[in-house]
Design a protein around this ligand. Structure first.
Ligand code: ATP
Length: 229
Protein backbone atom coordinates (compact mmCIF):
# COMPACT_ATOMS: atom_id res chain seq x y z
CA UNK A 1 0.00 0.00 0.00
CA UNK A 2 1.33 3.46 -0.87
CA UNK A 3 2.46 5.66 1.98
CA UNK A 4 1.25 9.20 1.29
CA UNK A 5 1.65 10.46 4.88
CA UNK A 6 0.05 13.83 4.21
CA UNK A 7 -0.83 14.23 7.89
CA UNK A 8 2.74 13.44 8.94
CA UNK A 9 4.12 16.06 6.59
CA UNK A 10 2.17 18.88 8.20
CA UNK A 11 3.40 18.10 11.71
CA UNK A 12 6.02 20.42 13.15
CA UNK A 13 9.48 18.91 13.42
CA UNK A 14 11.05 21.01 16.15
CA UNK A 15 9.12 19.74 19.17
CA UNK A 16 10.85 17.99 22.03
CA UNK A 17 9.36 14.98 23.77
CA UNK A 18 10.07 13.17 27.01
CA UNK A 19 8.76 9.66 27.58
CA UNK A 20 8.51 8.42 31.16
CA UNK A 21 8.39 4.64 31.34
CA UNK A 22 10.25 2.55 28.76
CA UNK A 23 7.96 -0.50 28.68
CA UNK A 24 6.57 -1.74 25.35
CA UNK A 25 4.25 1.26 24.99
CA UNK A 26 6.80 3.92 25.95
CA UNK A 27 9.44 2.36 23.71
CA UNK A 28 7.06 2.35 20.73
CA UNK A 29 6.29 6.04 21.33
CA UNK A 30 10.03 6.84 21.49
CA UNK A 31 10.82 4.88 18.36
CA UNK A 32 8.19 6.50 16.16
CA UNK A 33 8.95 10.05 17.37
CA UNK A 34 12.69 9.57 17.05
CA UNK A 35 12.40 8.09 13.54
CA UNK A 36 10.42 11.17 12.54
CA UNK A 37 13.35 13.35 13.59
CA UNK A 38 12.05 14.70 16.89
CA UNK A 39 14.23 15.10 19.99
CA UNK A 40 13.30 12.36 22.44
CA UNK A 41 14.40 11.92 26.04
CA UNK A 42 13.36 8.66 27.73
CA UNK A 43 13.41 7.74 31.41
CA UNK A 44 12.69 4.65 33.46
CA UNK A 45 13.34 3.55 37.02
CA UNK A 46 14.82 0.36 35.60
CA UNK A 47 18.43 0.92 34.55
CA UNK A 48 18.40 -2.06 32.17
CA UNK A 49 15.50 -0.57 30.16
CA UNK A 50 17.36 2.73 29.91
CA UNK A 51 20.44 0.90 28.60
CA UNK A 52 18.33 -1.14 26.18
CA UNK A 53 16.61 1.93 24.72
CA UNK A 54 20.00 3.59 24.18
CA UNK A 55 21.51 0.50 22.58
CA UNK A 56 18.53 0.11 20.26
CA UNK A 57 18.78 3.78 19.26
CA UNK A 58 15.08 4.47 19.68
CA UNK A 59 15.77 7.83 21.37
CA UNK A 60 18.42 10.50 21.59
CA UNK A 61 18.96 10.46 25.34
CA UNK A 62 17.85 8.28 28.26
CA UNK A 63 18.16 8.67 32.02
CA UNK A 64 17.39 6.34 34.91
CA UNK A 65 15.18 8.08 37.48
CA UNK A 66 12.18 7.66 39.78
CA UNK A 67 9.47 9.86 38.30
CA UNK A 68 7.58 10.13 41.61
CA UNK A 69 10.42 12.39 42.78
CA UNK A 70 9.97 15.95 41.44
CA UNK A 71 13.66 16.75 42.10
CA UNK A 72 14.75 13.87 39.84
CA UNK A 73 12.47 15.07 37.03
CA UNK A 74 13.72 18.64 37.43
CA UNK A 75 17.35 17.60 37.39
CA UNK A 76 16.80 15.58 34.21
CA UNK A 77 15.33 18.67 32.51
CA UNK A 78 11.90 17.08 32.03
CA UNK A 79 10.11 20.27 33.13
CA UNK A 80 11.75 22.17 30.27
CA UNK A 81 10.28 19.86 27.62
CA UNK A 82 7.05 20.92 25.93
CA UNK A 83 5.40 17.51 25.55
CA UNK A 84 5.75 14.75 28.13
CA UNK A 85 4.28 11.27 27.74
CA UNK A 86 3.61 9.31 30.93
CA UNK A 87 3.86 5.72 29.71
CA UNK A 88 3.20 3.90 32.97
CA UNK A 89 0.05 1.79 33.01
CA UNK A 90 0.37 -0.91 35.61
CA UNK A 91 1.39 1.20 38.60
CA UNK A 92 -1.57 3.57 38.88
CA UNK A 93 -0.26 5.52 41.85
CA UNK A 94 3.14 6.06 40.22
CA UNK A 95 1.46 7.16 37.00
CA UNK A 96 -0.85 9.63 38.78
CA UNK A 97 1.90 11.08 41.02
CA UNK A 98 4.22 11.45 38.01
CA UNK A 99 1.52 13.26 36.02
CA UNK A 100 0.81 15.55 38.98
CA UNK A 101 4.53 16.36 39.37
CA UNK A 102 4.79 17.31 35.72
CA UNK A 103 1.59 19.32 35.74
CA UNK A 104 2.60 21.27 38.84
CA UNK A 105 5.91 22.14 37.20
CA UNK A 106 3.99 23.78 34.33
CA UNK A 107 4.80 21.44 31.43
CA UNK A 108 2.89 22.58 28.34
CA UNK A 109 1.31 19.29 27.22
CA UNK A 110 0.98 15.95 28.99
CA UNK A 111 -0.21 12.74 27.36
CA UNK A 112 -0.69 9.75 29.62
CA UNK A 113 -1.44 6.06 29.24
CA UNK A 114 -4.31 4.65 31.32
CA UNK A 115 -4.95 1.01 32.08
CA UNK A 116 -8.55 1.37 33.31
CA UNK A 117 -11.36 3.90 33.10
CA UNK A 118 -10.85 5.06 36.69
CA UNK A 119 -7.12 5.42 36.04
CA UNK A 120 -8.00 7.61 33.06
CA UNK A 121 -10.30 9.78 35.19
CA UNK A 122 -7.58 10.26 37.80
CA UNK A 123 -5.07 11.26 35.14
CA UNK A 124 -7.49 13.88 33.78
CA UNK A 125 -8.12 15.20 37.29
CA UNK A 126 -4.43 15.75 37.94
CA UNK A 127 -3.99 17.57 34.64
CA UNK A 128 -3.24 15.20 31.76
CA UNK A 129 -4.21 16.92 28.50
CA UNK A 130 -4.62 13.65 26.64
CA UNK A 131 -5.35 10.22 28.09
CA UNK A 132 -5.01 7.15 25.91
CA UNK A 133 -6.19 3.60 26.50
CA UNK A 134 -3.79 1.60 24.31
CA UNK A 135 -5.57 -1.76 24.46
CA UNK A 136 -8.96 -0.18 23.72
CA UNK A 137 -7.52 2.03 20.96
CA UNK A 138 -5.68 -0.90 19.37
CA UNK A 139 -8.89 -2.93 19.33
CA UNK A 140 -10.80 -0.10 17.61
CA UNK A 141 -7.95 0.45 15.16
CA UNK A 142 -7.89 -3.24 14.25
CA UNK A 143 -11.64 -3.24 13.62
CA UNK A 144 -11.32 -0.13 11.41
CA UNK A 145 -8.45 -1.68 9.49
CA UNK A 146 -10.23 -4.93 8.87
CA UNK A 147 -13.26 -3.18 7.52
CA UNK A 148 -11.53 -0.26 5.74
CA UNK A 149 -8.19 -1.38 4.33
CA UNK A 150 -7.99 1.69 2.11
CA UNK A 151 -7.28 3.96 5.10
CA UNK A 152 -3.65 5.10 5.02
CA UNK A 153 -3.54 7.40 8.02
CA UNK A 154 -5.96 8.34 10.74
CA UNK A 155 -6.05 11.21 13.22
CA UNK A 156 -8.72 10.79 15.92
CA UNK A 157 -10.18 14.18 16.87
CA UNK A 158 -12.42 12.73 19.59
CA UNK A 159 -13.96 9.27 20.07
CA UNK A 160 -16.50 9.93 17.31
CA UNK A 161 -14.70 12.10 14.75
CA UNK A 162 -11.53 11.70 12.72
CA UNK A 163 -9.49 13.03 9.87
CA UNK A 164 -8.49 10.15 7.63
CA UNK A 165 -6.32 9.86 4.59
CA UNK A 166 -7.43 7.12 2.24
CA UNK A 167 -6.91 5.93 -1.30
CA UNK A 168 -9.55 7.13 -3.74
CA UNK A 169 -12.17 4.35 -3.97
CA UNK A 170 -12.52 2.65 -7.38
CA UNK A 171 -16.09 3.91 -7.80
CA UNK A 172 -14.94 7.54 -7.40
CA UNK A 173 -12.51 7.21 -10.33
CA UNK A 174 -12.75 9.98 -12.91
CA UNK A 175 -15.60 11.75 -11.07
CA UNK A 176 -15.56 15.34 -9.80
CA UNK A 177 -16.28 16.22 -6.17
CA UNK A 178 -19.46 17.97 -7.36
CA UNK A 179 -20.61 14.81 -9.13
CA UNK A 180 -19.87 12.66 -6.12
CA UNK A 181 -21.77 14.93 -3.67
CA UNK A 182 -19.65 13.63 -0.80
CA UNK A 183 -20.99 16.21 1.66
CA UNK A 184 -24.64 15.53 0.82
CA UNK A 185 -24.38 11.77 0.53
CA UNK A 186 -21.88 10.99 3.27
CA UNK A 187 -21.81 14.10 5.49
CA UNK A 188 -18.04 14.29 5.00
CA UNK A 189 -15.76 17.11 3.88
CA UNK A 190 -12.82 16.46 1.60
CA UNK A 191 -10.00 18.71 2.80
CA UNK A 192 -7.22 17.59 0.46
CA UNK A 193 -6.71 15.48 -2.64
CA UNK A 194 -3.48 14.45 -4.27
CA UNK A 195 -0.34 12.38 -4.35
CA UNK A 196 2.85 12.29 -2.26
CA UNK A 197 4.38 14.92 -4.58
CA UNK A 198 1.53 17.38 -4.19
CA UNK A 199 -1.71 17.66 -2.29
CA UNK A 200 -4.40 20.19 -3.19
CA UNK A 201 -5.85 21.69 -0.03
CA UNK A 202 -9.56 22.63 -0.06
CA UNK A 203 -10.07 21.21 -3.54
CA UNK A 204 -12.45 22.86 -5.93
CA UNK A 205 -15.85 21.14 -6.55
CA UNK A 206 -14.66 20.56 -10.13
CA UNK A 207 -11.60 18.63 -8.90
CA UNK A 208 -11.56 15.17 -10.47
CA UNK A 209 -10.58 12.12 -8.46
CA UNK A 210 -8.52 9.27 -9.86
CA UNK A 211 -7.78 5.84 -8.43
CA UNK A 212 -4.24 5.69 -7.10
CA UNK A 213 -4.54 9.19 -5.61
CA UNK A 214 -5.24 9.88 -1.96
CA UNK A 215 -7.95 12.00 -0.36
CA UNK A 216 -8.14 13.42 3.15
CA UNK A 217 -11.61 13.59 4.69
CA UNK A 218 -12.93 14.95 7.97
CA UNK A 219 -16.12 13.78 9.62
CA UNK A 220 -17.74 11.28 11.92
CA UNK A 221 -16.37 7.74 12.11
CA UNK A 222 -19.83 6.42 11.22
CA UNK A 223 -19.88 8.44 8.00
CA UNK A 224 -16.30 7.50 7.14
CA UNK A 225 -17.30 3.83 7.53
CA UNK A 226 -19.98 4.35 4.90
CA UNK A 227 -17.46 5.33 2.20
CA UNK A 228 -17.02 2.64 -0.46
CA UNK A 229 -13.71 0.73 -0.35
P1 ATP B 1 4.00 -1.89 28.71
O1 ATP B 1 2.62 -2.42 28.51
O2 ATP B 1 4.23 -0.56 28.08
O3 ATP B 1 5.08 -2.86 28.40
P2 ATP B 1 4.59 -2.54 31.39
O4 ATP B 1 3.57 -3.56 31.62
O5 ATP B 1 5.98 -2.95 31.10
O6 ATP B 1 4.11 -1.56 30.23
P3 ATP B 1 4.00 -0.35 33.10
O7 ATP B 1 3.43 -0.59 34.41
O8 ATP B 1 3.10 0.24 32.11
O9 ATP B 1 4.69 -1.66 32.64
O10 ATP B 1 5.31 0.52 33.30
C1 ATP B 1 6.02 1.03 32.22
C2 ATP B 1 7.42 1.35 32.67
O11 ATP B 1 7.40 2.31 33.71
C3 ATP B 1 8.19 0.14 33.19
O12 ATP B 1 9.31 -0.08 32.36
C4 ATP B 1 8.60 0.54 34.60
O13 ATP B 1 9.94 0.16 34.93
C5 ATP B 1 8.50 2.07 34.55
N1 ATP B 1 8.32 2.65 35.91
C6 ATP B 1 7.63 2.14 36.93
N2 ATP B 1 7.72 2.93 38.00
C7 ATP B 1 8.48 3.99 37.65
C8 ATP B 1 8.94 5.16 38.33
N3 ATP B 1 8.65 5.40 39.61
N4 ATP B 1 9.73 6.02 37.65
C9 ATP B 1 10.05 5.80 36.35
N5 ATP B 1 9.65 4.72 35.66
C10 ATP B 1 8.88 3.82 36.29
Amino acid sequence: MQNFKFLNNIRSNNRQFAVIGLGRFGRAVCEVLYKQGYQVLGTDIDESLVALALSERILGNAIQLDSTKPSALKEAGIFEIDTVIVAIGKYVEVSVVTTLNIKEAGVNYIAAKASTEIHGKLLKKVGADLVVFPEYDAGCELAHRLTKPSILERLDLDPEHSIVELTVPEVFHNKTLAELEIRNKYGLNIVAVGSPAQFKINPDPQERLYKGLAMVVIGSNKDIQRLPM
